[in-house]
Design a protein around this ligand. Structure first.
Ligand code: URA
Length: 245
């Protein structure tokens, strides 16, 4: 059976050393889902098992981190009466406690982090941290000649919103005009509005990187996978206050 050894789980819960918790388990002091378990090697699901020591419930939930390649047509929300949501791409039994870090428009595709770690989410989204987000867009219309310079200087949108300096790079002119945009903030419809301010219309938008973490190109739209430990380290480097041992 997959899962974590009961003695390992109890050491993670700071109940004692592996040797000490082994002794507690063998002494019949530990119950899992209401049943006393005397085998330290007994496997439990750390996210779901109700573990008690001497009758006292012990809390444990490993935090989960996923990389999702968001498809167009689903909204970044937990639940919505009318539209499909990104969380509905996850099996129902996995959804509990998960939420998306930040928001992509319904028609935007690409990298979305889905987790139950509120602290990391806050650190990544916090405006003061200026974590970079990289987008690739297909654009119609002629962009102003000084578009990149205006992005770099900090563009002012039509409604007066002032944007932080950003990077605009033309990747291809044909067969479609493709650009890469790097932002250090996340205002409402920001890429679309910035491109509009320099004469273009975004017809397709995809986020390809957050901080140092690129979207895994093996993930098809709608697919997700857990972040690897090195990827998590990359993300945490964007939010130093959240670094864990
Ligand atoms: N900018 C946009 O315009 N839309 C997104 O979904 C993300 C960034």
């Amino acid at each position: 059976m997959p899962g974590m050894r009961l003695d390992k789980l109890l050491t993670h819960l700071n109940c004692g050393s592996r040797k000490e918790v082994g002794a507690m388990i063998r002494a019949g002091r530990v119950a899992v889902d209401g049943t006393v378990i005397c085998d330290p090697a007994y496997k439990v699901d750390p996210d779901r098992a109700a573990v008690a020591l001497d009758g006292q419930a012990q809390q444990y939930r490993a935090q989960r981190y996923f990389m999702l390649n968001k498809p167009a047509g689903v909204i970044t929300a937990n639940r919505d009466g009318r539209h499909s949501t990104v969380l509905e791409l996850f099996p129902e039994q996995q959804r509990r406690g998960l939420f998306a870090v930040g928001r992509l428009d319904k028609d935007t595709e690409g990298l979305l982090i889905v987790t139950d770690d509120g602290a990391l989410s806050h650190a990544l989204m916090s405006p003061g941290r200026h974590v970079s987000k990289v987008y690739e867009a297909e654009v119609e219309g002629a962009l102003a000649k000084d578009a990149a310079a205006r992005f770099a200087a900090g563009l002012t949108l039509k409604d007066g919103t002032v944007c932080l300096p950003a990077k605009l790079e033309v990747l291809a002119e044909t067969p479609v005009q493709a650009v890469r945009v790097v932002l250090k903030e996340g205002k409402y419809h920001q890429v679309k509005r910035m491109i509009a301010a320099v004469g273009g219309t975004v017809v397709r938008l995809r986020r390809v990187q957050i901080g140092g973490l690129p979207l895994d190109t093996a993930l098809k739209p709608g697919e997700f996978r857990m972040l690897t430990e090195p990827e998590l380290v990359l993300l945490r480097q964007q939010s130093p206050a959240q670094q864990k041992n």
